[in-house]
Unconditional design. Structure first.
Lengths: 490, 414
């Protein structure tokens, strides 16, 4: 455990800790471009140079390991000069097109220039090396070589994380440029991480480009529900609209996000998002739709069934369980879901596409119910006339329900999710709009956060269930998400 | 003085006639540590440019039998003004092979590679023939001379990049990757070729080894001076009467090399400056050059370096701005581009020099040149950036008047 001092403050760090990491422990930030905590050390940008007493030259903090008794200076005049010089070198062939650059506001060049330089360039603008401006590099990314500072983070990401190695530094010297290998596209399923990794506006997200200026965005930490991994994310939004999801790096689940997960926010404002309910495909306000549904349930007395969903929160599943037990008063319900869980690609994506298979177990433990096999058998048996469930969970019993001609009451957020044959489609708030508890494949129990408001009149699923129950003449008294959970040992 | 390296013995029989491969036999009877000790005593310093003590370098290889170790000979010889390794391979290939076999035995390497500059096709063919001859005689291959020591030796041709002469870029290239220097540490002695401990030495360094083993380290050290043991090949280019490669004891006055061995300046030419160690080292004025001795310590004291021993002679008809422009073009072209200061700085220097040379610069350009070069110094992964910056700064410091004339609009004829 070497002891060293950085800017006069002493710190003890585990052997093998780099100066950059040691400084970080003291809250001292050393500027960097090529360094990334989850990628191999490249040591090439030379932005992190620091002074070590008695060393003949400045050393790169990202690659130099702390040693006993080292005395490190991170803000000496020598160090500051080196940073100014590196910035100046980086900017000489940079197009300086910040006004039309999507990275503006979160750009490593802009930030460090403000922090360390503010020196007028001594380079003659007409001498700049021109490079290829924007072009698509795969389904999710744009590449602008002129803005690239050749930190190679993108190259290392593709080589080390996805191991797909699509990218390469071509040529050499100041003719170097990042390019796709011949015949390749950046479609490795994790490509949008490159837009995050790229410290400048060279790789940008095609989805996010020009939609919003970074400095207007509000950030809400939440979790991704794209699969059972449950990555921690930040939803970036402005005036009630989400513009992108980015990772919220953490030790438990994720540094990165998969491209599929990144796009899950799209459904929130998709054209087919339901702002009203549907009865026999016709749009209708929620209240009359619930009254209509209550009537149908009444008719079917004894022949109704309720199926929970591993795509719904623990609270919403609990509300469905209460609906079955205390309002419909039936034993024909099921919260029994299982799926093989675990990372399937060695990176993040889970074998289980549902985000809450583990969470439904708590509901089952408390409320019991049929096994999925029994439930499917029940539906196939022809005694059930009406089924209440969520759109994706319906997929699990579709064959049996269809064959038996069962009337479907489906909870769905988007029209496209719901089966065309549904008798009623009941809209509810997405988990970007309301809180909900989810348990991921590791057993980590976390809540989503309401980043934006649901569309006018749209409520969380538990609240819709509460209303439906009261139209059916049985008050469940669910007036908040925690109340939906009140019986549960959480 | 007797020539040690530059004997004209390309043929193995001729090499035998001069006592060739006796040193290898002797070495195989010594313990590896004894050989390294002899090397240390010899004060043999690396002839590739950096002048690192060879014995010390070998001693960094973890001793013991486990794991693969490699010996690599750097025959990339790309430094402008340097043409000695080529000459050595043409004239005395077996000294290199014998030296490599001894070095490999000393560090415990079973495999050796000679990384030869791509343009050296004839030299590669000659080395291959010499290796085949040595193999036929049992100096290379399994169980060398019945000693139980195995040594395979291969040649590998580069593809034309100057940067592949930098030892870790060379290793990358040898492994089949793009030639780019590696971040150090780890140093090659611990993690070199294919991740194994590796010694990389210049052709001339390795070719000196047999004579050291044969005659002893003390004998070799005494040929030179101070910490600069032995003889050195000097490649003289420029307007002297007899340019070429000369083998001289370290410590020989530069004046003697130019005036005696090279026969002085050509008619009507006046010495203006000398770059004493290949294009990468600081320039000396005529006055400084004529007062300095050719050894590592003396040249360092004079503010330059012995480098590779490429002595570039500059007469007063040559324009220093133009010369620096030529150098900048070279380093700009050869920078691998990893490090920001080198990638961007080399090109920037060239651009400023282009306009100065064309008479289109301004007075501020001179300080700009200097400070761009200064910003590249000591701040990069390998020494290529310094190899550009050091000459640039020394040119400006010592010949500022010529830069000022250009800044004021002067355009040279050439
Ligand atoms: C840009 C650059 C080019 C180099 N080119 C050569 C070369 O062509 N030949 C060589 O022997 N050493 C060259 N070197 C030096 C090598 O990196 C290394 O120091 C040398 O091969 C070690 O051998 P030595 O200790 O026997 O000198 C170069 C270094 C740099 C930075
Ligand atoms: S594209 Fe971005 S991440 Fe890739 S090397 Fe250039 S600056 Fe770095
Ligand atoms: S791996 Fe799963 S949880 Fe993570 S981002 Fe992708 S879909 Fe979302
Ligand atoms: S100093 Fe220049 S040549 Fe050497 S590694 Fe850096 S960029 Fe490449
Ligand atoms: S962050 Fe250390 S060299 Fe780039």
């Amino acid at each position: 455990m070497p002891n060293l001092t950085i800017d006069g403050r002493s710190v003890e760090v585990p052997a093998g800790t780099t100066l950059l990491e040691a400084a970080q422990r003291l809250g001292i930030y050393i500027p960097r471009y090529c360094y990334h905590p989850k990628l191999s050390v490249s040591g090439s940008c030379r932005m992190c140079l620091v002074e070590v007493e008695k060393a003949p030259k400045l050393v790169t903090a990202c690659s130099t390991e702390a040693a006993e008794g080292m005395r490190v200076l991170t803000a000496s005049e020598k160090v500051r000069q080196a940073r100014r010089d590196v910035l100046e070198y980086l900017l000489i062939n940079h197009p300086l097109d910040c006004p039309i650059c999507d990275q503006a506001g979160e750009c490593g060049l802009q930030d460090y220039y403000m922090d360390y330089s503010l020196r007028k360039s001594r380079f003659e603008a007409e001498d700049k090396i021109l490079r290829q401006k924007r072009r698509a590099a795969g389904p999710y990314l744009m590449l602008d070589n002129e803005r690239c500072i050749l930190c190679t983070r993108c190259v290392r990401f593709c080589g080390e994380v996805t191991k797909t190695a699509e990218l390469e530094v071509m040529e050499r010297g100041d003719r170097s440029f990042i390019d796709l290998k011949e015949g390749r596209a950046l479609d490795n399923g994790y490509s949008l991480n490159i837009a995050d990794l790229c410290p400048v506006g060279a790789f940008t997200s095609r989805d996010f480009r020009f939609k919003a200026r970074a400095w207007f965005l509000k950030r809400t930490p939440t979790i991704c529900l794209g699969c059972a991994t449950g990555c921690e994310i930040e939803a970036h939004h402005y005036e009630g609209t989400i513009y992108r999801l980015v990772p919220h790096p953490n030790a438990e689940t994720n540094t990165w996000l998969c491209d599929h997960g990144r796009m899950t926010y799209k459904a929130v404002r998709a054209g087919d998002r339901l702002g009203k309910a549907l009865i026999r495909k016709g749009l209708i306000d929620l209240e009359p739709a619930l009254r209509e549904t209550a009537t149908r349930l009444e008719e079917a007395k004894g022949a109704a069934a309720v199926l929970g969903s591993p795509w719904l929160s623990v609270e919403d599943n609990a509300a469905l369980a209460r609906l079955a037990k205390d309002s419909v008063k039936t034993a024909n319900y099921c919260f029994d879901f299982s799926a093989e869980q675990g990372i399937k690609d060695g990176i993040l994506v889970n074998k289980d596409p549902a985000p809450n298979t583990a969470g439904t177990r708590t509901v089952k433990a408390l409320y019991g119910g049929l096994s999925l096999e029994e439930f499917t058998g029940l539906l196939a048996g022809g005694k059930i006339k009406i089924l209440i469930t969520e759109a994706k969970a319906y997929g699990l019993v579709k064959a049996a329900a269809e064959a038996a001609g069962i009337r479907l009451i489906i909870f769905a957020r988007n029209r496209g999710e719901a089966p065309a044959a549904a008798y009623a489609v009941l809209p509810y708030a997405s988990y970007f709009e309301t809180e909900g508890t989810f348990v991921n494949y590791q057993g980590l129990r976390r809540m989503t956060a309401a980043a934006v408001e649901p569309p006018q009149g749209i409520k969380p699923l538990w609240a819709v269930v509460n209303k439906l129950a009261s139209y059916s003449g049985a008050e469940l008294h669910l007036d908040s998400a925690p109340r939906a959970l009140k019986d549960m040992d959480f | 003085m007797e020539t040690i390296l530059l004997k004209n013995l390309p043929d193995i029989e001729a090499y035998f006639a001069c006592g060739g491969y006796k040193a290898l036999k002797k070495a195989l009877g010594l313990k590896p540590a004894e050989i390294i000790e002899e090397l240390k005593k010899s004060n043999l310093r690396g002839r590739g440019g950096a002048g690192f003590p060879a014995g010390l370098k070998w001693s960094f290889i973890p001793p013991g039998g486990q794991g693969q170790k490699y010996l690599v000979c750097n025959a990339d010889e790309g430094e402008p003004g340097t043409f000695k390794d080529r000459e050595l391979m043409l004239k005395n290939p077996h000294a290199l092979i014998e030296g490599m076999a001894i070095a490999a035995y000393a560090i415990g390497a079973a495999h050796g590679y000679i990384y030869i500059r791509g343009e050296f096709a004839a030299e590669t063919a000659l080395m291959n023939k010499a290796i085949a001859d040595a193999r036929a005689k049992g100096f290379i291959g399994r169980n060398v001379l019945g000693s139980g020591f195995d040594f395979e030796l291969f040649t590998h041709r580069g593809a034309g990049a100057y940067i592949c002469g930098e030892e870790t870029a060379l290793l990358e290239s040898l492994e089949g990757f793009k030639g780019q220097p590696r971040l150090k540490p780890p140093f090659p002695a611990l993690k070199g070729l294919f991740g194994s401990p590796t010694v990389i030495n210049n052709v001339e360094t390795l070719a000196a080894v047999p004579s050291i083993i044969e005659n002893g380290g003390a004998w070799y050290a005494a040929l030179g001076t101070g910490k600069s043991g032995g003889t050195k090949l000097f490649c003289v280019s420029g307007p002297v009467n007899r340019p070429g490669v000369y083998e001289l004891p370290l410590g020989t006055p530069l004046r003697e090399l130019l005036e005696v061995h090279c026969g002085g300046m050509k008619d009507g030419k006046k010495l203006k400056a000398v770059i004493p160690g290949g294009s990468s080292v600081p320039v000396l004025t005529a006055e400084e050059a004529l007062a300095v001795n050719l050894d590592y310590e003396a040249l360092a004291a004079a503010g330059s370096m012995l480098g590779s021993g490429g002595v570039i002679v500059i007469d007063d008809g040559q324009c220093m701005v133009k010369l620096l422009q030529v150098l900048a073009r070279f380093y700009h072209h050869e920078s691998c581009g990893q490090c920001t200061p080198c990638r961007e700085g080399c090109g920037w220097l060239e651009k400023v020099l282009d306009r100065l040379e064309a008479g289109g610069g301004s007075a501020g350009d001179i300080d700009l040149l200097y400070s761009v070069a200064e910003g590249m110094t000591g701040r990069t992964i390998c020494a290529l950036a310094d190899a550009m910056a050091m000459p640039a700064m020394s040119f400006i410091k010592k010949f500022r008047g010529e830069f000022e004339a250009h800044a004021a609009g002067k355009v040279c004829g050439n």
